[in-house]
Design a protein around this ligand. Structure first.
Ligand code: HDE
Length: 683
């Protein structure tokens, strides 16, 4: 049989495929969808100048009908998302573990499409909310699409897919008044948690800084479930997948995140879009944790339980490749909105485990696309098409694009020589891992799934002091919004099983008594879980530079150049747009005014000021400095700028000043790389 699978999958192939569908309307005549040129697009066809519109006006009817049908249902979860194209390259062959073609050869570059999302909010909701983030990757491989549909949290709320509708109903806005949007801080969510205690571990993550990432570029991704890798000899390993951001894992602080949601609800997509447009391509390394099949029962957790992670110190993450996102989409609806991911889209060499959450997902994703994308042909949409050809006897349905030739659409047949024909394993046919299965039909859960608290405590034990404080504050906020005293009490009782310090910390804020005699015996910690231990780099950090007329031109320019050399991105803030003039004639173009560029939109501030500034400038600068300081951000000041540090009363860790510009720039860069300075006294 002719092997027509050797499609070019290197480099641009997906892009070339998409190119056939791209249309540039600029400079063209306006036509109807039938290709007819129209002579007028401002006025509908009427019987007389002041008369009624005529039914005959096909142009009006077509235009309006299309408009009336522009919206499709948003995703039931993960509705708010943003995506980009890129490529994946392998560092080391994974041949020993898997026969997946895209994981064999280090010269293979696989095109990818990645969609990041929040879970709870509607399609138009703000992005810097407290929530898990989706991290869904479609690899367009030569053996078909492989989807790694993960989250930025390595565990999940529930252990069995049948509970997913309950979880989501509890999390989404309450049905009687549709509030609150994109938030878990309400009664039904916490009622669900208290009554489904397997959620304890995930809740710890959701209340931690992980749930308010600084950027999609600075968060980890996890496949969550245990999957299988199967090699050429049929030998299998259990595997967990990780994405590790090259810039490290960093978060916002809660007060800042809430303000960002008002100032720039598009904060995360803007960050991703602008980074890619500016050539600062987001990069993530792919890691795998592997457990031999024969070691399945050698751990204090069940490998099939999606509320458990595999501590990296016990089962190291082997880094095997890197993904680079290097191209924004051309059209968000056509690509991002119509992208259909499915954890069941696998390639030979990648297989499932019996994780009951994963098993249920294998049903849900196609099912949801049928309603969302309007029928069974969504695989033909350009963004979803594999780069290799596909042939089968599926036919017809809404929106069919493929024109299948010939009379035969069944198997077995003789009229088409019994083709298209299944392929043997050697020919690339997918064979399921032959796990031996035996059992009674039961609706129960394994005893080995019943420890709900040990890893929640492991997570708590692994946090640094500021991270613990943030978790306590998050519980205090969320439970403070809950109206039911009974739910508040149940939650305090539940989390007293994780840690008495934690429970006491937030119980006090909501005026609930902590039960005696609880707490945890778990003393283990996993340093890899703390963001204190992440990579710290200054690159791509945004610094708001507050400048007024009469600034020290030469010296300030030197600092700005030194920052840019480290990949830091200074943006000029002043009282008005236009240019600000330095004492030596140096001119700086203003990017934002105090009105359009709030301190929460920057990683750091550099206060320069100037000789000729008025009272309003001074007040605004003081406000910016105080706010940035309260969010633990690095603040640099030189020359006249020093005045505002005093004015705002800020000093201590992460507040950098200096007279020698070279050493100031170095110290300031180091302070920016550190991300936040927690050990500062708030004023
Ligand atoms: Fe999903 N999930 N999910 N999920 N999920 C969807 O599929 C579902 C789960 C995840 O950017 C839906 O196309 C069930 C875990 C991401 O398009 C739906 C269960 C993880 C995305 C669905 C889970 C995820 C989705 C809604 C419990 C992390 C967005 C729209 C068994 C490993 C993908 C859609 C995108 C989307 C079902 C749990 C990740 C309804 C039944 C665990 C990243 O099919």
């Amino acid at each position: 049989m002719g092997d027509d699978r050797r499609t070019k999958v290197n480099g641009k192939s997906k892009d070339e495929q998409l190119e056939q569908y791209r249309v540039d309307d600029e400079g063209k005549h306006l036509t109807t969808n039938q290709g007819l040129r129209v002579s007028e697009d401002e006025f509908s066809l009427k019987a007389g100048e002041r008369g009624p519109t005529l039914m005959e006006d096909f142009h009006f009817r077509e235009k309006m009908t299309h408009f009336d049908h522009e919206r499709i249902p948003e995703r039931i979860v993960h509705a708010r998302g943003f995506a980009a194209h890129g490529e994946f390259e392998l560092y080391d062959s994974m041949k020993e573990y898997t026969r997946a073609k895209f994981l064999q050869d280090t010269s293979t570059k696989t095109p990818v499409f990645v969609r990041f999302s929040t879970v709870a909010g509607s399609r138009g909701s703000a992005e810097a909310v407290r929530d898990a983030r989706g991290f869904a990757t479609k690899f367009y491989t030569e053996e078909g699409n492989y989807d790694l549909v993960g989250n930025n949290i390595p565990v999940f709320f529930i252990q069995d897919a049948i509970k997913f509708p309950d979880l989501v109903h509890a999390l989404k806005p309450e049905p009687h008044n549709e509030m609150p949007q994109a938030a878990s801080a309400h009664d039904t969510f916490w009622d669900f948690i208290a009554n489904n205690q397997e959620s304890a571990h995930m809740v710890m993550w959701a209340m931690s800084d992980r749930a308010i990432p600084r950027s999609f570029r600075m968060m980890e991704g996890f496949g969550v479930h245990t999957f299988r890798l199967v090699n050429e000899e049929g030998k299998a390993h259990f595997v967990k997948f990780h994405w590790k951001p090259v810039l490290g894992t960093h978060s916002l602080v809660w007060d800042e995140a809430q303000k960002i949601n008002g100032k720039d609800p598009d904060f995360h997509r803007r960050d991703l879009y602008e980074s890619i447009e500016g050539g600062d391509y987001p990069e993530y390394e792919l890691g795998v944790q592997l457990i031999k099949e024969e070691d399945e029962f050698n751990f204090d957790f069940d490998v099939l339980d999606p509320t458990k992670l595999w501590p990296e110190e016990e089962i190291p993450v082997k880094i095997v490749g890197k993904m680079t996102l290097n191209r924004n989409v051309d059209n968000v609806f056509a690509e991002t909105e119509q992208a259909a991911f499915h954890p069941g889209s696998v390639v030979p060499g990648i297989d499932f485990s019996n994780d009951p959450l994963l098993q249920g997902r294998l049903f849900s994703y196609t099912d949801t696309q049928l309603i969302r994308l309007g029928g069974p042909n969504f695989h033909e949409l350009p963004i979803n098409r594999p780069v290799c050809p596909f042939h089968n006897n599926q036919r017809d349905g809404y929106g069919r694009h493929t024109i299948n030739k010939g009379p035969v659409s069944y198997h077995n047949n003789s009229l088409a020589h019994n083709t298209p024909a299944p392929a043997s394993e050697k020919e690339g046919g997918y064979t399921h891992y032959q796990e031996k299965m035996e059992g009674r039909k039961v609706r129960t859960r394994s005893e080995s799934f019943k420890d709900h608290f040990s890893q929640a405590t492991l997570f708590w034990n692994s946090m640094s002091k500021p991270e613990k404080e943030h978790i306590i504050q998050a519980f205090s906020f969320e439970l403070g919004k809950v109206k039911s005293k009974s739910v508040q009490k149940q939650i305090v009782d539940m989390f007293a099983n994780v840690s008495m310090d934690l429970a006491k910390g937030f119980a006090e804020a909501i005026n609930i008594e902590v039960p005696e005699g609880k707490g945890s015996k778990v003393t283990k910690s996993s340093p890899a879980l703390s963001q204190e231990n992440t990579k710290k780099k200054p690159a791509t950090r945004k610094v708001g530079v507050i400048v007024g007329n009469g600034f020290k031109g030469e010296e300030v320019s030197r600092v700005l150049s030194a920052l840019k050399e480290e990949g830091i991105q200074p943006e000029i803030i002043s009282d008005k747009l236009g240019t600000r003039k330095g004492d030596d004639g140096t001119e700086l173009e203003v990017d934002h005014t105090f009105l359009t560029g709030e301190s929460v939109l920057f990683d750091s501030l550099y206060v320069v000021g100037g000789e000729n500034v008025d009272k309003k400038f001074s007040q605004d600068t003081t406000y910016f400095v105080k706010e940035a300081y309260s969010h633990f951000k690095p603040i640099g000041a030189t020359h006249e700028g020093l005045h505002w540090l005093e004015e705002a009363g800020v000093k201590g860790p992460g507040v950098v000043t200096g007279e020698d510009m070279k050493s100031f720039a170095e110290d300031f860069t180091a302070a920016i790389a550190a991300h936040r300075h927690w050990d500062r006294e708030l004023v």
